[in-house]
Every structure is written in C-alpha cells, then in structure tokens.
Design a protein around this ligand. Structure first.
Ligand SMILES: C[S@@+](CC[C@H](N)C(=O)[O-])C[C@H]1O[C@@H](n2cnc3c(N)ncnc32)[C@H](O)[C@@H]1O
Length: 249
C-alpha cells in the first residue's frame, strides 16, 4: 500500500480545510465527553476540535504513522488504528470524520455501526468527496483501465441513501451537498491535488514499475481537462457530501 505523504496532502490545505470547517460549524454539542476524529490525518482538525470543546477528551484515530507523526500534540491524543475494526472503549459524544470514510468499504454496515457507538444525543459528523464523476477522477479511472485496473463503483453511496440507512438508528439525520470552486495556482495544480489523495487507490493496485507512466499520462490528460485561465489560475469545481446524524436521546 502506498504511504500517505503529509507534505503533499497539506499543499492545498487552505482549500481542503474549508469543508471541514463548514461541517464543524454545523455541530451542536455541549460539555464534556469523548470526541473522536476518525481518520484524523495530520491532526490539525483534531487540535481544532479540542479548542472548540475544551472540556472534552479528544482522540485522533488514523492508520497512517506518517500522518500521525506530524500531528500537533496539544490537548489531544492519537491512536494508530484501522477504522474498519475500530470500536471505542466508552460511548462517544462526537465522531467527526472529515474526508476519511470514503476510504472505508461497505457504508451500509459502517454508518449504522458508528451511530451505535454514540452516547445518547451524540453526533456523527461526516464529510466525503463526491468526486467520482469529476473529470479529474474520471481520468484516473480511464488511465487505470489501460492498466487493467477497474474500480467499478464509487466509494460513496448516493446522498439520500445515507438518510435511508441512518433513519432507523439516528434520531435526526441531515444530508447536503456543496460544490466548492477552488481557485488554484501553479503548474497543473489539479493533478498535484489528486496525486496526494485519489491516485493512491490506483497506485495501490498497480505494480510499481508502471507508476511513473501511469502518473505521467494522468498528468497530461488532467492538464488538458483543466486549462489555466488568462491569470494563470485553474478553477477546480469539487463536490462534497455532508452527513450529520444525531443518536436517539
Ligand atoms: C484525506 S485524509 C483526511 C485527513 C483529515 N481528516 C483531514 O481532513 O485533514 C484521509 C485519512 O484517512 C486515513 N485512513 C484511510 N483509511 C483508513 C483506515 N482504514 N483506518 C484509519 N485511517 C484511515 C488516511 O490514513 C488519511 O490520513
């Protein structure tokens, strides 16, 4: 499995953090208890959770030692663990999962399982990219098929499916989608963006001897799909799915 690279991931952190903040702004919980940042990556958001809810115990969970190694330690702890097998020792007041659960399979089983770990009136707050149909991610798949890599279905369900799978377990569920129009600068920024994240699914399935050629072809096609404007800026429209579920009180 290819490693996560914190420096590459954070190159566009200003853009990546916007939906994370939009999700955080919609969470209404008070007081103490356990807050878990699931798939916490470089821990910047974990630290923000601890500032926003100073009376809570905040834990960041991730399976990448490279990402956790650079995470800020103030007011939070981290555990190296796989979300697929993770379960908390005590009921959780808030599970916050920004841009991580689309890496985990079987959402019809995962989401109800996460809601069941919540304390009464606890919150599951999730943001995931809806990038399957974007030219950037279609290109990764198109080039992948030339190397016999077929990824047949998106990593997320249709937005309303989350209402359906959560409605019986959660007291109240809200689902919404937002398109961000990121204005990026520099050489082929959309390729640089996806090469820190989405490309991993393909490199993980591709023998290493093909990595350079695969990346080169993706870079060529993505530049053509996202030409810069006259100011040298590249606009990258990006869809994000948000889910907020509150457990029964
Ligand atoms: C796109 S990053 C998001 C990091 C952070 N939440 C943020 O918004 O900055 C995705 C993170 O999910 C983690 N991840 C992916 N699959 C995982 C799994 N099965 N168990 C634990 N962490 C996982 C990766 O290691 C990576 O740090």
């Amino acid at each position: 499995m290819t490693k996560w690279d914190p420096d590459r991931y954070e190159e566009f952190f200003g853009e990546r953090i916007q939906p994370a903040h939009d999700l955080m702004a919609r969470i209404e919980i008070s007081g103490s208890g356990l807050i878990v940042d699931l798939g916490c990556g470089t821990g910047r958001l974990t630290a923000e959770l601890a500032i926003r809810w100073p009376d809570a115990s905040v834990i960041g969970i991730d399976r990448s030692p490279e990402m956790i190694a650079v995470a800020p330690r103030t007011g939070v702890t981290y555990e190296l663990a796989d979300i697929e097998s993770w379960s908390p020792a005590t009921p959780v007041r808030l599970i916050y999962a920004n841009s991580s659960l689309h890496w985990i399979p079987d959402h019809p089983a995962l989401f109800p399982r996460l809601v069941e770990t919540l304390a009464p009136d606890g919150v599951l707050a999730v943001q995931m990219p809806l990038s399957w149909d974007q030219p950037s991610h279609r290109t990764l798949r198109d080039v992948g098929t030339e190397y016999d890599i077929e990824i047949a279905s998106p990593p997320t369900l249709a937005p309303n499916d989350y209402n359906e799978i959560l409605t019986e377990r959660a007291g109240r569920t809200e689902v919404w989608v937002t398109t961000y129009y990121h204005v990026l600068r520099g050489e082929n920024p959309v390729f640089r963006w996806v090469s820190a994240t989405g490309v991993k699914r393909f490199l993980d399935r591709l023998p290493e001897r093909h990595h350079a050629a695969y990346l080169e072809e993706c870079a060529r096609r993505i530049t053509a799909a996202y030409p810069p404007n006259s100011r040298g800026e590249t606009v990258f429209p990006f869809n994000r799915l948000f889910i907020l579920a509150r457990s029964q009180s």
